[in-house]
Design a binder for this molecule. Structure first.
Ligand code: IPE
Ligand code: IPE
Ligand code: MG
Length: 246
């Protein structure tokens, strides 16, 4: 797949990725799981570059789920260190590429050094106008939906919102993805066919693309392939094919 084969007028604005398979990749290569996570950073670098090149506006990467806190302590600690190191190491590069960094999730649950480096990177890249790179950290769709419900209930109680005025757009504006369009395309690597509590509300009409490639092997060419596949689909949104074509 080469970049020139993509239709420029049909690039998804928002691509979301469940980066899965680091542990299995490490096992195949006779190494420990942590090594797999470390190798996954190259894949991130490659697709951030690729997404920028073709004009994707938002790239959301599922880097750590609410449920991932239940992994062995050493793995969680290693993931957190990798996160801090990668953020520190990559910020200049992201800045040069005009990438704006954002984060969604229960960020206060992250170790304080991760929080502060993250905040720093977000601040440094805040005026960039290229790709928006959204890191989902300590994130889960259900967590986010509950948080939105709590915010809305508070506003109803204080009289700021009338309960009869609650609709999809009011609800959407209380999610951590406020202002970000829903992903047109959701990619999951490693051959698993599940959502694992990612962007539950936002993927209502996303196209799914599953690939057996393990995350550390994923590169921008694979992203372009996924987008080419997306471009061959007909998105009907409940309508008939005839309606869409006319
Ligand atoms: C994805 O790879 C990274 C995170 C969930 C943090 P995994 O660590 O889940 O790798 P597998 O699925 O065990 O191979
Ligand atoms: C999903 O991968 C979370 C991330 C990629 C960060 P998991 O490996 O945690 O998902 P399950 O548990 O296999 O569904
Ligand atoms: Mg996994």
């Amino acid at each position: 797949m080469v970049i020139d084969e993509l239709k420029n007028n049909c690039i998804p604005r928002h691509v979301a990725v469940i980066m899965d398979g680091n542990g299995r990749w490490a096992e195949i290569h006779g190494n420990d799981r942590i090594f797999g996570h470390t190798q996954g950073v190259d894949a991130v670098r490659s697709i951030v570059e690729g997404a920028g090149e073709i004009g994707v506006e938002y790239l959301t990467l599922y880097a750590f789920s609410t449920e991932n806190w239940d992994r062995p302590k050493e793995e969680v600690n290693a993931l957190m260190s990798l996160l801090v190191n990668s953020i520190v190491q990559e910020t200049d590069n992201l800045n040069e590429k005009n990438v704006k960094m954002l984060a969604i999730g229960d960020l206060y649950s992250l170790p304080v050094d991760v929080q502060s480096k993250l905040r720093e990177a977000i601040q440094i890249t805040s005026s960039n106008t290229g790709l928006n790179l959204v890191l989902a950290l300590s994130y889960s769709g259900r967590w986010e939906i509950i948080e939105a419900v709590k915010k809305i209930v508070n506003k109803i109680q204080s009289g700021e919102i009338n309960e009869n005025k609650i609709n999809e757009s009011v609800f959407t504006s209380h999610l951590s993805t406020v202002g970000i369009p829903d992903p047109e395309l959701l990619i999951r690597t490693s051959g698993e066919y599940r959502i694992s509590n990612f962007l539950l509300w936002q993927i209502a009409y996303s196209e799914f693309y599953f690939t057996p490639i393990l995350w550390p092997d994923f590169r921008k060419e694979n992203l372009f392939e996924a987008i080419a596949d997306f471009q061959r689909r007909e998105r009907r949104f409940g309508k008939t094919s005839e309606q869409i074509r006319s």
